[in-house]
Ligand binder design. Structure first.
Ligand SMILES: [Fe+2]
Length: 233
């Protein structure tokens, strides 16, 4: 698997605290079958002049990483900040996914259909392709047909592997299963923050997925699609 969502850049957000912790996270990921990682700090780590420091921290991580790591950013989108957000993407302050036109897009947990669609349209109109991070967690989007509308607009979907197997909330788990059953998942991620908070251990989840969905589908969402982000195709 290529993990496209991990808070493994040390000391820049609520993920890894330092280089040692990042090393442990990548070691665990590697042992669980993760071959490449897109490191995706929260966009706040690039705000207020912090983007140079965050990029430097990523370079330090890259030097000691036991598996290849690439830089991205989990961009928190809200309706009234979209002009600033797209400007920061254009200026390269917020990194896209390994320099491609794909943007890992996050909303506040309570986001409603209207706002999610407005944000997605803003990004698409500016030429970016939103990858909606952990779609299964946005409860309001599963009440009507918002998820279908986002897909029809051209958004890609990422789900967290633990949502399928380890998630405590039955509702979130059900949403993740629905997305898998509809064939709407494009990417998998761990959204790992630390070894004891959403850990990078995707092994059991992947094993469960292998026994419930077609191998071709799993191959596509675990590696094939991510290879496009990593410029491997
Ligand atoms: Fe995240």
């Amino acid at each position: 698997m290529y993990d496209i969502h991990m808070h493994v850049v040390p000391g820049v957000d609520d993920g890894s605290w330092d280089l040692q912790m990042s090393r442990w996270m990548l070691d665990v990921a590697g042992l669980q079958g993760v071959e490449r990682v897109l490191a995706t700090p929260h966009s706040s780590a690039f705000d207020g002049g912090d983007h140079e420091n965050t990029k430097e921290q990523f370079e330090k991580l890259k030097e000691m990483a036991p598996i290849p790591v690439y830089l991205g950013c989990e961009v928190l989108c809200e309706q009234e900040r979209m002009a600033t957000i797209t400007e920061r993407l254009e200026k390269g302050i917020y990194p896209t996914m390994n320099g491609t036109q794909y943007v890992l897009t996050e909303f506040f947990p309570w986001v409603k259909e209207e706002e999610a669609l407005i944000c997605a349209r803003w990004l698409l109109n500016k030429g970016w392709i939103p990858i909606i991070a952990h779609v299964e967690r946005y409860r309001e989007l599963f009440d009507g047909d918002a998820v279908e509308k986002l897909k029809a607009l051209g958004c890609c979907f990422q789900i967290n592997v633990y949502s399928i197997f380890d998630e405590v909330s039955e509702e979130i788990k059900l949403n993740a299963h629905k997305l898998m059953n509809y064939g709407w998942v494009d990417f998998l991620g761990s959204d790992a923050h630390r070894l004891n908070h959403r850990p990078p251990s995707v092994g059991k989840g992947l094993e469960y997925m292998r026994s419930h969905w077609a191998p071709e589908y799993l191959h596509q969402i675990s590696t094939e699609n991510a290879a496009v982000l990593l410029n491997m195709q």
